[in-house]
Structure formats: structure tokens, C-alpha cells
Design a protein around this ligand. Structure first.
Ligand code: HPA
Length: 254
């Protein structure tokens, strides 16, 4: 059986369920792929899945690599380099984040319209890879046509979507109230510990990107609420069916 995927999905927080909908699948544990890092964080398995979803050949990453785990940015973004080599043209990514926009609620889905790179190391640091220019344009890191498609699908399925700017930090601490407020003042609507490096490298490889975040906690408001990994996962599980519907339909129609 062979597949020739043009679509890749990073099954971040909230998209785990989508893996079970992939048919005709064959899987490669990361540990069996040369040079692939291995994921260490609880709740993130580690394998590449090839198969069919929504009538399309797809490649899915179950488990991703975070900078806070100790990988350098070349390791964190190695899978996007592999995607490029395999001919991937569109990448769907999901994550969990803390919301700072006062209109957001826990469990909301936020379409990522733009990002702020607040990681201490740049994934394109060093000799330029010939997949893209030395100084890549980032005006439309998140594809506007895919955002419009998500909006249409959400309307059809009666799902409310938020839209906003995702700010990527190294973690692993969640933010102090002052940090949440600062990031909001800087123009971010949500903050999280992934996605930005992967998107930068995907764009450098000419891969179109769509990203969606589950708001799993809120920060920077008058009453500070404690955040834990368990709470984040609980909120993410609640929002999972909505996220899955939108992504599945997008892949079918994109
Ligand atoms: N901050 C950073 N990363 C996160 C958060 C947060 O509040 N929630 C989920 N991931």
C-alpha cells in the first residue's frame, strides 16, 4: 500500500481523536526513524501515521517536540523538513494555549491568524537551507484561504470560533499574571509553548499552514486562576469534538 500525501497534520492537544479516524494506515514509531527525536511529555505519543482521512492521503504526527523538553530548534522542526522532502503542501496544526483576550472563555477554539515568536532560539538560525530565502517573508504565515474555509465550516456546523494572535514561549512554566498581561499588551491573544517554530520552518519550505488553538486556561485577569497540565488536558478534551470536526472537514475540502 502506498500513499502520496500532500497534507500533513500535527496532532497536538485536542486532535488526538482524529488519529483513530485515519484509515488504511501504516505507522512508524519515531524511535524507528533515523534522526527523529523522541517525545517525552505525558499525553503525547510518538509516531508518524500515513493513511487516509476525508478521502485524502495524509501524514499525521502523533506527538511533537517541544523546546522545553531540551531539544534544540533544529530537532524541534526536523519533522517539517521531512514533510518538505515528502512533498507536503499543506500543514494543519493544533495546540493548547492560555487566553489573555478578555472575550475568550475556557474551551474556546481560536483560529491562529498570526503569531509572535518569543522563543529564545530561532529555528532558521544558522546556514540557510535552500528550501527558502535567507530572509523569509512572514506576512501570511497562516493561510487566509484556509482561515476562510474554517470560518465557512464553523458556520455550517454551528461552531463558534475565536480568532487571534498566538505568542510562542519556551516554557515550561506557565506565565505569571504579569507575564500574561505583558503578552496581551504586546498584541497576543493566547500564549503557548509550541507551533511557532514548526510554522516558521514549514513556511520556509513553502508549505501552507492552518493552525487552531484550544484555550485551556485564562491569564492576566483580576482573579488569577491556577493552571495545571491536568486542567489543560481536561479543557482540551472537552473542545476536542469541535476541533476534530473542523479539521476533518477542512482536510476533506482543502
Ligand atoms: N501558557 C503557556 N502554555 C500553555 C498555556 C498557558 O497558559 N496553556 C496551555 N499551554
Amino acid at each position: 500500500m502506498t500513499t502520496n500525501p500532500k497534507t500533513a497534520i500535527i496532532l497536538g492537544t485536542g486532535l488526538g481523536q482524529l488519529a483513530s479516524e485515519i484509515t488504511d494506515s501504516y505507522e512508524f514509531p519515531y524511535s524507528e526513524i533515523p534522526n527523529f527525536p523522541v517525545s517525552t511529555v505525558e499525553g503525547h505519543a510518538g509516531k508518524l501515521i500515513f493513511g487516509k482521512l476525508g478521502g485524502k492521503d495524509i501524514m499525521a504526527m502523533e506527538g511533537r517536540f517541544h523546546f522545553y523538553e531540551g531539544y534544540n530548534m533544529k530537532e524541534v522542526t526536523f519533522p517539517e523538513r521531512v514533510m518538505y522532502e515528502l512533498g507536503i503542501e499543506t500543514l494543519f496544526v493544533s495546540n493548547a494555549s492560555g487566553g489573555m483576550n478578555p472575550l475568550f472563555k475556557i474551551g474556546d477554539l481560536m483560529v491562529i491568524t498570526d503569531h509572535i515568536n518569543f522563543f529564545p532560539e530561532h529555528p532558521l538560525h544558522g546556514k540557510n537551507f535552500p528550501t527558502g530565502p535567507r530572509f523569509p517573508d512572514m506576512h501570511e504565515a497562516y493561510d487566509k484561504r484556509l482561515i476562510a474555509l474554517a470560518n465557512d465550516i464553523a458556520k455550517e456546523f454551528n461552531i463558534t470560533l475565536q480568532h487571534g494572535v498566538y505568542l510562542g514561549v519556551q516554557g515550561p512554566t506557565f506565565e505569571t499574571p504579569a507575564e500574561y498581561r505583558m503578552y496581551h499588551l504586546m498584541g497576543a491573544d493566547a500564549v503557548g509553548m509550541s507551533t511557532v517554530p514548526e510554522v516558521i520552518v514549514a513556511r520556509h519550505c513553502g508549505i501552507k499552514v492552518f493552525g487552531m488553538s484550544i484555550i485551556t486556561d485564562l491569564g492576566g485577569f483580576d482573579t488569577p486562576v491556577e493552571v495545571s497540565h491536568e486542567e489543560v488536558q481536561k479543557a482540551a478534551n472537552g473542545a476536542q469534538p469541535k476541533m476534530t470536526t473542523i479539521m476533518r472537514e477542512m482536510i476533506r475540502r482543502a
